[in-house]
Design a binder for this molecule. Structure first.
Ligand code: SAT
Ligand code: MN
Length: 586
């Protein structure tokens, strides 16, 4: 219980609706974690892993129909339909409350309602926001405990204020036909029902830290973005910070935890965050950012000691694994693990599995939840309430063709256009087809809590407000050659592109001007120790006129869907790009 009457009144109302058997107010303590874990082990909601090899680690399996975010069941509920815009599903708040109330009614009968207060951001920071999630899932409580500052600290931060996000979640009966994730930005409220999957139910994450926060950021002149934050320390000991937006499951965690290749080992890379950046203008006129989370909810498959040794070290203890393979020795395995596939094991659906069969053992969107503090390269500044100053913003997607390895926009406005028109091949992080190119502006398509045209306008306005704005770049690690193989080695070698980016921010670094922006000149990237053919490099940095004209046609199709709230600057940039491409030689 709490002395905060706003909280008490709201919880009481929600209790009347959900009718739980018990109410538990979470304090975030270790004792509470142990008690809830042992309860979930008894019911089978969690399975214990080998506590010598993986101390503090448990395994959870979601319902097979509930393994990724369900964008088609995610709604922005504003009183006016136009305010949700063309990229969001919309429901009138009255209809949404009515429809979901019927599902929530009595849904916690015979269950405990957990009251989970949490801070997005750190205590005593101008960036932070408090939320409270009511849930009937122990899995959610334990995840929120890792992903946020949860419990007493959050209630202390809130004090007697009524300024908190009101989150209500119930697994209900996990029926996909009665599954909804509804956001009420005008009420600072989130209602999620019928799911147990991370992105749908850890309400601090995509729901608050992006959808609700993007709406608040526009009102309060700051930015909530789907970005990792990484610090690069040069041999002189100076660290510069980069924020980078990529769609889900495109390697944000790997980039944030990158290990420099041998030839560049004089550089150090520091992780500040791997998914969400909240950014504000600092007193010095630069843009400052915090990671609003306290843990990593990362994609498991493909993680190994070559692709991400830091993640491998992070997830050795106190980690919740979701939908991976359980080996006979009660450790975990997934496709792309260092170890060969186990002969006999239990797959993500709890069935006996062997690699001889056709099916994957771990779900392609299987996840780890691990405390950020366990990451060997966690930045000493990651919990600094002031945040870190951002030198460069990067947009990136997964594109087999078209987009070169790296390029710099001409200025802020052009950079906003580059972000607004970015596209990426879809991944397993959302339910639906994988590998289709779709426009995903600023990697925020599924996460922008208001009209996307207004969001672009907000970016343009912020550019005018920031006295010393970061420079804006685009990268693509995923270009393939005629044989379908990746042209660029990726992972640690991505540092080469990041170093060029930081040089450009200091007015150095060689570049050629092309119709799409500044591309590194032939010798501009540090290729020391990387054996890559000059023709391959040429192809990676090549701007193909025909392919780019096709690309701008695709951009136009997308921009046309935005309607009259599309800022005219975007149309102007689109026209400029076309003219420059048209006048380019073949
Ligand atoms: O499933 S989450 O939304 O939490 C992760 C992601 O898709 O980026
Ligand atoms: Mn994400």
């Amino acid at each position: 219980m709490t002395a905060n009457k706003n909280v008490r009144d709201w919880v009481e109302q929600m209790v009347k609706l959900c009718k739980p058997k018990n109410i538990h107010w979470c304090d975030g303590s270790e004792e509470e974690r142990l008690r809830l874990t042992s309860e979930a082990l008894q019911t089978g909601e969690l399975e214990l892993l080998d506590q010598h090899k993986l101390p503090g680690c448990v395994l959870h399996r979601t319902n097979p129909n509930d393994v990724a975010r369900t964008e088609q069941l995610t709604f922005i509920c504003t009183s006016k339909k136009e305010d949700a815009g063309p990229t969001n599903n919309w429901m009138h708040p009255r209809d949404a409350y009515f429809k979901l109330s019927a599902i929530f009614d009595g849904c916690m009968h015979n269950r405990t309602m957990y009251v989970v207060p949490f801070i997005m951001g750190m205590p005593n920071s101008a960036f932070s926001k408090v939320g409270i999630e009511l849930t009937d899932s122990i899995y959610v409580v334990l995840n929120m405990r890792i992903m946020t500052r949860m419990g007493t600290a959050a209630m202390n931060e809130l004090g007697n204020s009524s300024n908190f996000t009101r989150g209500l979640h119930s697994k209900a009966d996990l029926d996909i036909n009665r599954r909804f994730i509804c956001h009420f930005p005008e009420d600072n409220t989130i209602w999620s029902v019928g799911s147990g999957y991370g992105g749908n139910v850890l309400l601090g994450k995509k729901c608050l830290a992006l959808r609700i926060a993007s709406y608040l950021g526009r009102k309060e002149n700051w930015m909530a973005e789907h970005m990792l934050i990484v610090g690069i320390e040069n041999p002189a000991g100076e660290t510069r910070y980069i924020a980078a937006a990529f769609p889900s499951a495109c390697g944000k965690t790997n980039l944030a935890m990158l290990i420099p290749p041998k030839a560049l080992s004089q550089y150090k890379v520091w992780t500040v965050g791997d998914d969400i950046a909240w950014m504000r203008i600092g007193p010095d006129g630069r843009l400052w950012a915090i990671n609003s989370e306290a843990g990593f909810f990362g994609v498991v498959p493909g993680t190994n000691s070559r692709t991400n040794p830091n993640a491998m070290a992070t997830i050795k203890r106190n980690t919740i694994y979701t939908n991976v393979v359980k080996r006979q020795d009660e450790t975990v395995w997934w496709e792309g693990h260092d170890d060969p596939a186990p002969e006999k094991a239990i797959d993500w659906q709890g069935r006996e599995w062997s690699p001889a069969g056709k099916e994957k053992g771990a779900h392609p969107n299987s996840r780890f939840t691990a405390p950020a503090s366990q990451c060997p390269c966690i930045s000493p500044k990651w919990e600094d309430p002031k945040g870190v100053p951002i030198s460069a913003i990067i947009f990136g997607g997964r594109r087999a063709r078209v987009a070169p390895l790296v390029y710099q926009s001409f200025n802020w406005q052009h950079g906003v256009f580059v972000g607004a028109t970015m596209a990426s091949e879809t991944t397993a992080a959302a339910a639906g087809q994988v590998g289709v190119v779709r426009r995903d502006p600023m990697a925020m398509l599924p996460f922008c809590g208001y009209h996307i045209g207004d969001y672009f306008k907000h970016w343009l306005d912020m550019g005018k407000r920031i006295p010393k704005p970061p420079k804006i770049f685009n990268v693509n690690w995923f270009r393939t050659g005629a044989d379908g193989k990746f042209l660029w080695p990726g992972y640690g070698d991505n540092l080469r592109a990041l170093l060029w980016i930081l040089q450009r921010c200091e007015g150095k670094g060689d570049a050629v001007e092309t119709p799409i922006g500044y591309v590194p000149s032939e010798k501009a990237l540090d290729m020391n120790g990387l054996d890559i053919r000059p023709e391959t490099m040429k192809e990676l940095l090549n701007i193909d006129k025909t392919a780019w004209l096709e690309e701008t046609a695709g951009q136009k199709k997308f921009l046309d869907t935005i309607g009259d709230r599309l800022p005219q600057e975007m149309t102007q940039e689109w026209k400029g790009l076309n003219q420059r491409l048209e006048s380019m030689g073949l």
